[in-house]
Design a protein around this ligand. Structure first.
Ligand code: PNW
Length: 468
C-alpha cells in the first residue's frame, strides 16, 4: 500500500522545542552610527580607513535596522523564525567603553526585545560581536589589556541586569578566533587553489603578543559569565558563541574518528578547550614557549567558569584529518584545488562538519546543551526579471547541513537550536555589501527587503521541524 503523504516522518525530525533561528550582529545591520548617543567602535574606524573594505563600504547605514527593526521582526515572524540571535552594540550602551550608561542606547534593545516577544520570537542576545568601543582601543589597546576584559564584564552584567527579565539566553562573545587572531595579526587560510588572507578590525599585527590577547579574551568571557550570573534570575542561561575549529575525519573508521577528535581539541586550545577544561593543553603551551600568556593566580578558574551551553558557528570543516603514528596523532591533509566552495573565498564545503562539530563538543567536553549559533553562506544572488531571488545553491547548502545536524540529534547530541546566518543581507566585514548571506535580499539603495527562495525553504523546514 502506498504510504500516505501526510504520514509523520518523526525519524527525520529535529528534537521537540528545537529553535529555528536567524542571526545578525549590530554593526552589520543597524546603521544609525551617530544616533542617540552611540559612541564610536573600532569598526567605524576600520571601515573608514581607506583600502580596508571592498568598495569603501561602511556600516554607517547598513540595513538601517535601527529604524526598521519593527518591520524586520515582523518579516522574521512571516518566514517562520522562532528565535532571533541579535547582538548588543557595546558603544551604544557605554559610549566611552566604561562609566555612565547611555539610557537611549539601552532603550533600543528594550524595544527590539519587546517586538520579538510580541511576535512569538525567543530573543537570544550576543553581548560582543566585534564592535569594541573605540575608547577602549585608544585607552587600553583593546584586548591587549586585561582592563578591557574587566570592562567587558561590567558591561555584560549591566546589560543582563536590564534585559534579563525577558532574555533567557545570553551569548558572551562571538568567534574568538575571528576578532582576536584576524583582528590582531591577520590570518592566512589555505583553500586548496590559493591562500587567502583575512583581516578584521582593529587590523593590528601584534606578533607573539597574540597569546596574551587570546588569554585576555577568554578571561573576559569567564568574568562576563560570572557578572551575568550575579544579576539574572534562576534559569537564565549563558555561554560563548565560538567558531569552533572543526577537524573532520575523512574516512569514518574508529581510528580516523579518534584522530579527528584529538585534532579538534588541539585546534581549539586557545579558546573552547581552555574555557571548557580550565587549562591550556600541554601542546599549546609548548608551542607558545616563552611567548605563552601570563597567567595570573585564579585566571584559569575564571576562564573555566562553567557555562550553561556551548554555541558553535559552523560554516565548513577547518581541516580534514587522518590518523598519524607521530605526535600529536593526527595529520591535517591539504585541500585539493578542485574542492568546491561558496562565494566567500574561505568557504569550502563539507556539510558533514555539521554532524562532527556538535558530536565532538559533546564527546570532548560533555556539553549538555549546544546551539548552532551560525551557519550560512554567501551566494551571488540577483533579482530575477520576475522580481524574485532564486538561491538554489543556498538551499542546497542549508539542506545538506540540516540533514547532517539532524543525524547528530538523532544520535542524542543535545543540539537545541539552529541559527541561520543571516536573516538578511548585510555588511559582510571586509567584503562589504557585495557578499550576500541573507535569507532575505536587501536592496541597499531603497532598503527594500525581498525574501529569497531560501526563506521559503527555511519556513518549510521550521514548520516540519525537519530538513525538507
Ligand atoms: C562569521 N572562516 O565570520 C561572523 O560571525 C559573521 O559576523 C559573518 O558575517 C559570517 O560568519 C560570515 O562570514 C566568519 O574563515 C569569518 O571560516 C571567517 C570564517 C567563518 C566565519
Amino acid at each position: 500500500m502506498a504510504q500516505s503523504q501526510s504520514s509523520p516522518r518523526s525519524s527525520h525530525q529535529m528534537p521537540d522545542a528545537f529553535h529555528w533561528g536567524v542571526a545578525t550582529s549590530s554593526y552589520q545591520i543597524e546603521g544609525a552610527v551617530n544616533e542617540d548617543g552611540r559612541g564610536a567602535s573600532i569598526w567605524d574606524t576600520y571601515a573608514h580607513t581607506i583600502g580596508k573594505i571592498k568598495n569603501g563600504d561602511t556600516g554607517d547605514v547598513a540595513d538601517d535596522h535601527y529604524h526598521r527593526y519593527a518591520d524586520d521582526v515582523k518579516l522574521m515572524q512571516s518566514i517562520g523564525v522562532t528565535a532571533y540571535r541579535f547582538s548588543v552594540a557595546w558603544p551604544r550602551i557605554f559610549p566611552n567603553g566604561t562609566g555612565t550608561p547611555n539610557p537611549q542606547g539601552l532603550a533600543f534593545y528594550d524595544r527590539l526585545v519587546d517586538a520579538q516577544l510580541s511576535a512569538g520570537i525567543e530573543p537570544f542576545a550576543t553581548l560582543y560581536h566585534w564592535d569594541l568601543p573605540q575608547a577602549l582601543q585608544d585607552r587600553y589597546g583593546g584586548w591587549q589589556s586585561r582592563d578591557t576584559a574587566k570592562a567587558f564584564a561590567e558591561y555584560a552584567g549591566y546589560v543582563a541586569s536590564k534585559l534579563g527579565d525577558r532574555v533567557k539566553h545570553f551569548f558572551t562573545m562571538n568567534e574568538f578566533y575571528s576578532f582576536v587572531d584576524m583582528g590582531y595579526q591577520g590570518i592566512e587560510i589555505d583553500v586548496g587553489a590559493q591562500k587567502v588572507r583575512v583581516e578584521l578590525a582593529p587590523g593590528l599585527h601584534v606578533g607573539p603578543a597574540i597569546y596574551q590577547v587570546r588569554h585576555n579574551a577568554v578571561l573576559a568571557q569567564g568574568l562576563a559569565i560570572q557578572a551575568i550570573r550575579a544579576v539574572v534570575k534562576a534559569g537564565t542561561k549563558c555561554g560563548p558563541a565560538d567558531n569552533i575549529n572543526s577537524a573532520v575525519p575523512v574516512v569514518n573508521t574508529p581510528e580516523n574518528i579518534a584522530a579527528a577528535q584529538r585534532a579538534t581539541r588541539e585546534l581549539n586550545a586557545a579558546y573552547l578547550t581552555v574555557m571548557l577544561e580550565g587549562a591550556y593543553t600541554d601542546a599549546y603551551l609548548e608551542a607558545a614557549g616563552q611567548d605563552g600568556p601570563k597567567v595570573l593566580d585564579g585566571d584559569l578558574k575564571v576562564i573555566g567558569t562553567p557555562v550553561d551551553f556551548v554555541g558553535i558557528n559552523v560554516y565548513r570543516p577547518s581541516v580534514y584529518v587522518i590518523p598519524s603514528a607521530d605526535a600529536p596523532g593526527f595529520k591535517a591533509i591539504p585541500f585539493n584545488a578542485s574542492h568546491p566552495h561558496m562565494l566567500s573565498s574561505w568557504h569550502l564545503l563539507g556539510p558533514e562538519v555539521m554532524y562532527w562539530a556538535p558530536r565532538q563538543v559533546r564527546s570532548l567536553w560533555g556539553a549538555k546543551e549546544i546551539y548552532i549559533t551560525e551557519s550560512g553562506c554567501g551566494a551571488s544572488d540577483v533579482i530575477s526579471p520576475d522580481g524574485r531571488v532564486y538561491d538554489s545553491d543556498r538551499i542546497m547548502y542549508t539542506r545538506n547541513n540540516l540533514v547532517w545536524l539532524q543525524r547528530a540529534t538523532a544520535e542524542g547530541v543535545p543540539v537545541a537550536g539552529y541559527f541561520q546566518w543571516s536573516f538578511m543581507d548585510n555588511f559582510e566585514w571586509g567584503d562589504g555589501y557585495g557578499n550576500r548571506f541573507g535569507l532575505v535580499y536587501v536592496d541597499f539603495s531603497s532598503q527594500k527587503r525581498i525574501p529569497k527562495l531560501s526563506a521559503s525553504y527555511f519556513k518549510a523546514a521550521a514548520a516540519a521541524n525537519a530538513p525538507v
